[in-house]
Write a protein that binds this ligand. Structure first.
Ligand SMILES: [Mg+2]
Length: 354
């Protein structure tokens, strides 16, 4: 299903006007149904809608005829055939877990233990754009009660600093998440951090300032920065998480189920908690299906300090009935079974795997 955005989503590594996603429905033998969402971001992961669809029948075979109660074993098997398709893996796992929780009669977050059941606020993302336009958009969100503004940077240091400073002036009590999506060199990232520190702009975390493989530079940057650094593109698997922890490369992990699948994301979050690495959670351009699963990790696992779960608010359409709801910047827990939602859109293309 193609999900148009309200406005073009521009980040350092690419742009998106329409999220070309895939919705997955799994039906268990007893009749319980579950939904999942495949949300590939081609410029970030290399996955896209056609390639995901071409791999889908092979991936789906892993689940067919198998007990959903053995989802960890199935997830491991799924990884073998979808190593390069984490968003696809995420969609299938979400659907399986949703269906299982429907059969069990529990909300999806209960499967993870229900560690932190309360309403939480998300940030809202401001893509790269002309300063006056970004300031106007920021002001609009801020007046609606969004206190944490996530600003995309990484195109041009000077311009990025001017834009962030202008938004900080316009939104007096806002705090910031900065995300360069690997767009800076080491020197550019250092210059950006120094400028932000001198301007006393309250930045909670700076995501992925430099290229994902430049771990040594990340370590140096971390030593020179009072602003906490987070790994996003550098963190695409449990092995990545181990490596980042060994090198003390970052202060925080940005966990995303579309990057690693659901089960591996759970493992990463638990490793981070055990290792003293702070946690935030985010997503790709996705609806409340994938984002509901992520919100379920926040409620179920606990320990997530920062929520970057705003994407459904940036979509021009909402193809979902039910599910968790937003009230301004606040996400409320849901109490229905599974994800508590269903798809409301007419389906123009269905791949049936039996
Ligand atoms: Mg990011």
């Amino acid at each position: 299903m193609d999900l148009p955005l309200k406005a073009s989503f521009v980040v350092a590594t690419g742009a998106m006007d329409v999220a070309k996603n895939i919705f997955v429905r799994v039906t268990l033998h007893g009749g319980a149904e579950g939904y999942g969402e495949v949300a590939p971001f081609p410029d970030i992961s290399g996955e896209d809608q056609p390639t995901s669809l071409s791999v889908f029948p092979v991936a789906a075979q892993v689940f067919l005829g198998q007990p959903a109660t053995q989802f960890r074993r199935l997830s491991k098997k799924l990884l073998e055939v979808t190593e390069l398709f984490p968003a696809l893996r995420c969609g299938l796992e979400t659907a399986l877990l949703d269906a299982l929780c429907h059969a069990m009669g529990i909300p999806l977050w209960a499967l993870w233990g229900g560690a932190d059941i309360r309403s939480r606020d998300t940030d809202v993302t401001l893509p790269i754009g002309a300063t006056n336009e970004v300031v106007a958009t920021a002001r609009d969100w801020y007046q609606q009660g969004f206190q944490i503004l996530k600003m995309k940077v990484g195109h041009d240091v000077e311009e990025d600093i001017r834009r962030v400073a202008a938004v900080a002036t316009a939104c007096k009590n806002a705090s910031f998440v900065i995300d360069a999506n690997q767009g800076y060199t080491f020197d550019q990232a250092r210059a950006f951090i120094q400028a932000i520190e001198q301007l006393h702009i309250p930045v909670q975390v700076f995501e992925q300032p430099i290229h994902r493989d430049h771990i040594d530079e990340m370590v140096m940057l971390k030593h020179q920065s009072a602003i906490p650094l987070a790994a996003d593109e550098s963190l695409r698997s449990l092995d990545d998480a181990r490596r980042l922890i060994e090198h003390h490369a970052v202060d925080m992990f940005n966990v995303k189920i579309t990057k690693c699948g659901v089960i591996e994301s759970v493992a990463i979050a638990m490793l981070a908690q055990a290792s003293g690495v702070r946690l935030m959670i985010g997503g790709m351009v996705e609806s409340r299906v994938a984002m509901g699963c992520s919100w379920g990790l926040v409620l179920g696992l606990g320990g997530f300090e920062l929520l970057d779960l705003d994407m459904p608010l940036l979509l021009a359409v909402d193809p979902i009935d039910g599910g968790y709801q937003y009230e301004g910047s606040t996400l409320h827990p849901w109490h229905e079974f599974g994800l508590g939602l269903s798809l409301n859109a007419t389906r123009d293309s269905i791949v049936v795997v039996e």
